[in-house]
Design a protein around this ligand. Structure first.
Ligand code: NAD
Ligand code: MLT
Length: 310
């Protein structure tokens, strides 16, 4: 059986596939057209977040039985289309959560202390400490939108900074809020009004896309600071740019954009925005976990065994 690895995964994951006598092609630089032209040859494909596995793709993937998503979010995969065709989709929801949580905190700290801006300045051989004053976290309120795997890791870690953590997540039990020592907010508006810092950790769905937008920035505290290490557009990008220009949002840490790859977003022009190119899961540990996990899942799915994250 043939597996196409279409985006970068750890070599250890590829080794797992090879050890199972699968024929593995690693082709990470295929154009969309090239991918559509070759996909018919494959029984399985492994992707990350860039490849769009949609109707156009399925129509050409005549022999495909398994899609392995090396990572968490499946918003780039048409699940209904897969189900309709009996294609199994597997992902690795647990494998990169710690890395994503730590990156969220890195973006928060970097943006509120101007670390990236100061680094740029000093590396331009300018020793200038003006206009780089930040704020402390201690005693402030962090609003977490989505208290799932990553949101809860962030919540617990930020409590050690002396922060009060509140969260909005209508889909979990009260016990889960209690377990993480987080105050439940029944309405998003309440969270937005009370937070000094807001971080979003929901999946990208019709309901969450743009859930922090003009209306929310209208009621937010002046000087609120935001982080998005989940999916581009959960914080509406145009509304964020506007809110930063109006001084409502004092800083933002952004790992994900609506269109990726992206080097033209207006957010790139704003000095108080710190951006990374979707690096939340890019650690040695997460990539090892993700690569090996997805490879084992793809093997199990091809062999017709039970797969935990199918
Ligand atoms: P999860 O499924 O464990 O948690 C998501 C939480 O969001 C759940 O508790 C759910 O109830 C809640 N939720 C869903 N809809 C909501 C809504 N409308 N309002 C409030 N809460 C809502 O997911 P996770 O593993 O914590 O991942 C969170 C996000 O991080 C996802 O978007 C995922 O794709 C993304 N992610 C990004 C990176 C990265 O590299 N930047 C890495 C891993 C995951
Ligand atoms: C994920 O959903 O797991 C992340 O966005 C990371 C990735 O796709 O590499």
């Amino acid at each position: 059986m043939k597996v196409l690895v279409a985006e970068k995964i750890a070599q250890q994951g590829i080794d797992v596939l090879i050890a199972e006598n699968l024929q593995v092609d690693v082709k990470m630089d295929l154009s969309r057209e090239e991918l559509l032209n070759v996909i018919e040859e494959y029984d399985a494909i492994i992707v990350r977040s860039v490849t769009k596995v949609n109707e156009e793709f399925y129509k050409r993937a005549k022999n495909l039985r398994v899609v392995g998503r090396a990572g968490n979010g499946v918003d780039n995969i048409d699940m209904e289309g897969a189900t309709k065709r009996g294609i199994i989709v597997v992902n690795t929801p647990e494998a990169n959560t710690v890395s994503a949580a730590e990156h969220t905190i890195g973006l928060l700290l970097s943006s509120i202390r101007n670390i990236a801006q100061a680094n740029n300045r000093i590396k331009s051989r300018v020793w200038d400490r003006s206009n780089l004053k930040g704020v402390e976290l201690q005693g402030k309120t962090l609003g977490v939108v989505g208290l799932g795997r990553i949101g809860s890791l962030v919540a617990v870690r930020m409590q050690s900074f002396g922060m009060k953590v509140i969260a909005y997540d209508p889909y979990i039990t009260d016990a889960r809020f209690k377990k993480f020592g987080v105050e439940k907010k029944e309405k998003l508006e309440d969270l937005v009004q009370e937070s000094d810092f807001i971080t979003v950790h929901t999946p990208k769905t019709d309901e969450t896309f743009g859930m922090i937008g003009d209306e929310e920035f209208k009621v937010a505290k002046k000087g609120v600071r935001v982080v998005n290490c989940a999916r581009g557009g959960i914080i509406n990008e145009e509304a964020l740019v506007k809110a930063i220009k109006e001084g409502i949002v004092a800083s933002a840490g952004i790992d994900v954009l609506v269109n990726e790859p992206n080097t033209t977003s207006p957010l790139l022009d704003l000095d108080n925005v710190v951006l990374t190119p979707h690096l939340g899961a890019d650690t040695e540990e997460a990539q090892y976990n993700v690569g090996v996990t997805v490879a084992h899942e793809v093997v199990s799915a091809l062999e017709g065994d039970m797969v935990p994250n199918a």
